[in-house]
Design a protein around this ligand. Sequence first.
Ligand code: GLU
Length: 287
Amino acid sequence: MSFATRFAPSPTGFLHLGHAFSALTASDAAREAGGRFLLRIEDIDQGRARPEFEAAIFEDLAWLGLAWEEPVRRQSEHMGAYQAALQSLIDRNLVYRCFRTRREVADAIASAPHGEAGDVFVGEALPPEDEAARLQAGESYAWRLSQKKARAALGPAYFALVFQDENGPVRAQPEKHGDVVLARKDFPTSYHLASVWDDALAGITHVIRGEDLRESAHLHVLLQKLLELPTPAYRHHRLILDETGKRLAKRDEAATLRRLRENGKTPEDVRGMLGLPLTEARTGRQG
Ligand code: GLU
């Protein structure tokens, strides 16, 4: 299978050096492998996503010299697909409705028997008549993945989930995530579900993203198994830090690509700042 990777930003702010590092690392890897590089707009959080940030993503990435395949997938346009994926989990009783508030979830975690589930939530469906009453009352809820049901459905395969990362094979430990929220009453998907679905749909063979998402792979591998999707290889790259050693965030305005550009930096300067091989060096090496 030919190499395919992607950069999947959320249009909730301007891209900064950290995003540039992710995008360039993925794009360089695709180029080196003679593979594909895709861009995906992860805008399911319509409360925070803004069109001007999306426009800026295209502009900033083009300025960096990146080229991606068209069409670009915009997740907000595919809610039906995520809903269908969720429905297949509902049909197999692998998810349950959780009516607890954030507070109640935190309390449940705090009072769980020591060591049972670490600091993650583990619960179960309400008895049908209680659930019916709450639905009747119009209460809101989250769809949570039941680790217990997943374990029962997969049997020994649950404990044999493996993925490759930059260090070799890793045994997935999805239970570390507890019963994660996969969707909400009025909202058919979470990042996890949409991202796993879209990576498979696009034929992504290598998910290249920051160290901060290393743990997510453990859950994503389980979702892939349950949804009968292939598991790609994972590569996690270091995070770009500010001068105080903290990970760059949206508030670090000075590190945004637009600000750097305004200040006269070139795309090659950005590569240099990130410790990436310069374009000339790369083309020289290749030919
Ligand atoms: N939208 C996610 C982010 O901006 C990307 C997650 C991923 O690459 O899977 O952090």
